[in-house]
Design a binder for this molecule. Structure first.
Ligand SMILES: [Zn+2]
Length: 331
């Protein structure tokens, strides 16, 4: 307990809070900006177990806002969950860290939650659609979760235990912080603040104080901080928490050609593509990823068959390229 002395001395948390935290399994969905900050704080504070899910590798443009990652991780093209686990274990070897290097989607989210049985989920994803999926999966399984989003200079946080409004109930009044960082940019301090508030909500819940039940919004450049009581927004007819209808969970989310941010497209192939002889030139590779240069496109091919392509002009060109590559494979 000695290493946690300073936080235990805070009476609102105390030895009892520490005890609860040390027995908690916390799932952090995403190991990007919010996820690395939240995971670091929870590791330093002595959480029992952290389960971290992410599908990406560490890239140079991540380093300004994603804590713990280094230039060496970029050079080695390490999957984020691997790089993060290494650093977290150096910070606190008592915390059990479980890595899941995969894309979270409607097919696997329920299975992942059932297998790892987290006491709470922390949202550290970067787009809205996945948050509605988390909302439905957590409601279905009765798991509390902390919504958190940050883009530009603004962030918002809301702890959801399904007694009050859920994310779908709130949707109409949710601040527009779901835009992408690639297009709108993001100021690193807003990440630190948003992730910090998410962790505060999580430790409130785990220590027995419960969520604040407030929607918290911040603007790190405009220097605003607001908390709103949102009890009145509970919708008795809400599709999720009122009627137990899970549209996002039931939706087919597999898209072979998907536009991400700006000019980046994700093409999805069978995972056997990773072992296939590819056209184009392999610039760099490891066990998880290959960088390929092909016909003026830069491609990142992941072990699970996902391929991020840079330099495409639009959906049509992306679909042409998809057909061309799929046609050339001997699968
Ligand atoms: Zn609801």
């Amino acid at each position: 307990m000695e290493r946690y002395d300073r936080q235990v001395r805070f009476t609102g948390f105390g030895e009892s809070g520490q005890e609860h935290l040390s027995q908690a399994a916390i799932m952090v969905m995403g190991a990007g900006a919010l996820g690395t900050h939240a995971a670091e704080l929870l590791t330093r504070m002595g959480a029992g177990k952290l389960i971290v899910i992410d599908m990406d590798i560490v890239e140079l443009t991540n380093l300004h806002r994603q804590t713990l990652y280094t230039e060496e991780d970029v050079r080695l093209m390490k999957p984020k969950v691997e790089a993060l686990k290494e650093k977290l274990q150096q910070i606190n070897s008592e915390v059990e860290i479980k890595n899941i290097n995969t894309e979270l989607n409607s097919h696997n989210i329920i299975g992942i939650l059932q297998e790892h049985q987290p006491d709470i989920v922390i949202d550290a994803m970067d787009h809205f659609e996945i948050r509605f999926l988390i909302n439905e999966a957590c409601h279905k399984l009765g798991i509390p979760w902390v919504y958190g989003a940050a883009v530009g200079s603004k962030g918002s946080v809301y702890g959801i235990d399904f007694n009050g409004p859920c994310l779908k109930c709130l949707m109409g009044t949710m601040p527009q912080t779901g835009e992408s960082c690639e297009i709108n940019g993001v100021l690193p301090p807003v990440i630190t603040q948003t992730a910090g508030i998410e962790v505060s909500e999580a430790i409130r819940f785990l220590s027995g104080a419960g969520f604040s039940k407030k929607l918290i919004t911040i603007d790190t450049f405009g220097m605003n901080y607001k908390t709103m009581n949102v009890d009145a927004l509970k919708d008795e007819n809400c599709g999720v928490c009122g009627q137990h209808k899970y549209d996002h969970l039931e939706k087919e989310t597999f898209r072979p050609v998907q536009s991400n941010c700006g000019r980046v497209f994700t093409l999805r192939f069978d995972d056997e593509i990773f072992e296939e002889e590819m056209r184009g030139e392999i610039i760099k590779e490891n066990h998880f990823v290959k960088f390929i240069s092909y016909n003026g496109y830069e491609m990142t091919l992941f072990k699970d068959g996902r391929m991020n392509v840079y330099g495409l002009d639009g959906q049509e060109e992306a679909e042409e390229l998809y057909k061309e590559i799929a046609g050339s494979l001997k699968l």
